[in-house]
Design a protein around this ligand. Sequence first.
Ligand code: GRF
Length: 208
Amino acid sequence: MTARIAILISGRGSNMATLIDAALSDDFPGTVELVLSSHEDAGGLTLAREAGIEAVAVPRKTYKGKVAFEAAMTEYLTRAKIDFICLAGFMRVLSPDFVTQWQGRMLNIHPSLLPLFPGLHVHEQALDAGVALSGCTVHLVTPDLDAGPIVGQAAVPVLPGDTPETLAARVQKAEHLLYPAAAARCLSGEIGSAPITEQSGDILLSLC
Ligand code: GRF
């Protein structure tokens, strides 16, 4: 079965763009049908529309509370018959009710090797801790923030002189490799079959 995917964003949408691209391939077990943004000025909305995808702003600030905001998103998701969600830089914490409704069918990407450095200011946290490797994680979303089952991770080196910006740029390259691969693996039900590890330049990618 081919999944109908929605991508939820808040900003520039570079991970969204790689998912849209990957899903154009016949081999990919899903199609991107909808992009929702919590911010009306998100650059990703324009990118998605240029790719011919329905892209809608559901600005959080125009709703009285989280319940109304999530109800609005649910309306769009239901109307587009979405059965799988990819969070890609979506800067809102979803309610346990919403998450439970999508549990097992919603992925997130986080720019660290979880369980290290959950939350915000991730690259600052990594540099302060003095780690030699950082990277990114794709995980299923559960009500606990950045703590759901890991689907895949990609590691990159932390180099002398790195700033949060230079490290973020290196990690983002890894994100763009990891997210489509991890989403495809999850959608095709292959998690846990035979772990895959690949090296691409200075990126080491591993899928559970
Ligand atoms: C990425 O670093 C992702 O890991 C985090 O938010 C950022 C989104 O970047 N959750 P982009 O909008 O996909 O470029």
